[in-house]
Design a protein around this ligand. Structure first.
Ligand SMILES: C[S@@+](CC[C@H](N)C(=O)[O-])C[C@H]1O[C@@H](n2cnc3c(N)ncnc32)[C@H](O)[C@@H]1O
Ligand code: FES
Length: 465
């Protein structure tokens, strides 16, 4: 055998990590053996925790992977560079694997599997059984599991939204039983217990001796008192649930359906908090993509929490922004601007961007997450008026979910279009050719798309004539 090949086999020159762990997490259809059913997700979490706790993150690469053909013996994991196979790994084994193999460089023999002939035979046998099971399901006309799961995926979502509405995670506090929690959230013990058990199944609570406690994520993101608590913004998703329930009728009518119930009192506060949260990481990227240098006067139409104006103000001390939004929103905007300490650079104007005079002399107009609220005609008119409000050479920047030309994707943009169907008079997601055509017709040149990380992109044009 040539030396180079020997070197490759030994991993001497190919493996960039001291150890590379491949752990199978391939989900298979119901009734077919697979590693996640044997607990590989829990093993993965335990490994991640342990690798980090022992300071091995730069030495050890953990990669989740697809089926290795030995599903009846799962969870299966292979460790390189040695190519040691482990089977039936349990979370309780992780400590020992780390101690012995990753720190002591000695494989853990009791879990090792080195009978290559038996492994190959098992893999062939499993492959045949798997193909037979798939053929039988196909013959019986069984719905694919992934499709079935998508259809039922509203259930876990609804469980979490109800828990947020009832503020369960704050109520759980340091731990309480079902009866105590039911009393605190003014619910029946029967209903509360079912909800709490479902939250345990979703990994958001734990249960021990009848006492429920928040998981790390629940305590961090959903409970009052945590600095990362996002319940206020997530309540917007709970609020739009009711509108999504009208989707069938809205599709029939081609317009949103009036609903009897009034908006909850905190609707606007939740909406603006949700928008602020969505834009928190994106705002500095938008400023970077557009460039803050030389920007003097900004008009932020429907600025909401003011997050984009705030980001520009922080990036350029000379910049002055005006946020135009609805009167009921501006007190909230004022709070965000105050907290950011940039009141001197940001003015607030109550008004209607569709009807009011926009003013003049701006060198940048922002339309972040705005155009999807309006019809094509309203957007075209808005672009024309924005052009008039800009100095020659000034820029209009639209940020939104942007559909492919045939409007069938990306999925988030296509789904968001329905969010607008159920929630607005005439809103929708639009495609790049639509935005480009509207901008050009309104007198913008150099119209281009700037990709941003995440689901929305920028379309930017320069006022030309
Ligand atoms: C989806 S939010 C976007 C907020 C902000 N631009 C952002 O990206 O975080 C839409 C904003 O437009 C405001 N808005 C809706 N219709 C408006 C109108 N006709 N005139 C002015 N503001 C409006 C809403 O109050 C809200 O703050
Ligand atoms: S599903 Fe893990 S080895 Fe097949």
């Amino acid at each position: 055998m040539p030396t180079e090949y020997n070197d490759l086999r030994l991993g001497a020159i190919m493996e960039p990590f001291r150890f590379h762990l491949f752990l199978c997490t391939q989900q298979k259809p119901e009734g077919v053996a697979c590693c996640p059913v044997s607990g590989s997700i829990e093993v993965c979490e335990a490994l991640q925790r342990e690798i980090e706790a022992r300071g091995l993150t730069h030495e050890v690469q953990l990669t989740t992977c697809g089926c290795m053909g030995l599903c009846d013996e799962g969870p299966v994991m292979v460790v390189y560079p040695e190519g040691v196979w482990y089977r039936r790994v349990r979370p309780a084994d992780v400590n020992e694997i780390v101690d012995r193999h990753l720190l002591g460089s000695k494989p853990l023999e009791r879990l090792m599997w080195s009978d290559a002939a038996a492994m190959k035979a098992l893999s062939i046998d499993h492959g045949e059984k798997y193909r037979a099971a798939m053929a039988a399901r196909d013959c019986a006309g069984t719905l694919p599991d992934s499709l079935h799961q998508t259809i039922r995926s509203f259930m876990p979502s609804r469980v979490i939204l109800t828990a947020l509405e009832l503020d369960v995670f704050t109520t759980v506090g340091e731990g309480a039983n079902a009866e105590e929690i039911a009393g605190r959230i003014d619910a029946s013990t029967r209903g509360a217990e079912m909800l709490l058990n479902a939250l345990v199944s979703l990994g958001l609570l734990t249960k021990s001796g009848g006492a429920y406690r928040n998981s790390q994520n629940a305590a961090r993101f959903f409970a009052k008192g945590s600095k990362d608590n996002q319940r206020e913004g997530l309540m917007h998703t709970a609020n739009i649930w009711h509108r999504w329930s009208t989707l069938t009728d809205a599709v029939r009518r081609g317009a949103r359906v009036p609903i009897d119930s009034a908006r909850p009192p905190d609707w606007t506060r939740n909406f603006i908090a949700g928008m602020q949260h969505n834009a928190k990481d994106r705002a500095p990227l938008v400023v970077k993509a557009l460039g803050a240098e030389g920007v003097r006067r900004i008009l932020d139409l429907g600025g909401g929490s003011g997050i984009y104006s705030i980001a520009f103000a922080k990036a350029n001390g000379e910049a002055r922004a005006e946020i135009l939004d609805l009167p009921e929103v501006l007190p909230l905007t004022a709070g965000y601007v105050r907290n950011a300490g940039v009141e001197a650079q940001i003015a607030l104007r109550a008004g209607d961007m569709l009807g009011d005079d926009l003013g003049s002399g701006y060198d940048l107009i922002l339309l972040n997450a705005i155009c999807h609220m309006f019809s094509s005609e309203q957007n075209q008119e808005l672009f024309r008026r924005a052009r008039q409000a800009l100095v020659l050479g000034g820029r209009l920047a639209v940020q939104d979910f942007i559909l492919n030309p045939d409007k069938t994707g990306p999925q988030q943009a296509a789904l968001f279009s329905l969010n607008m169907l159920v929630g607005t008079e005439a809103g929708a997601s639009y495609s790049e050719p639509e935005y480009v055509a509207w901008m050009q017709a309104a007198g913008f040149a150099d119209v281009r798309r700037i990709a941003l990380p995440g689901p929305s992109d920028l379309i930017v044009g320069r006022a030309a004539k």
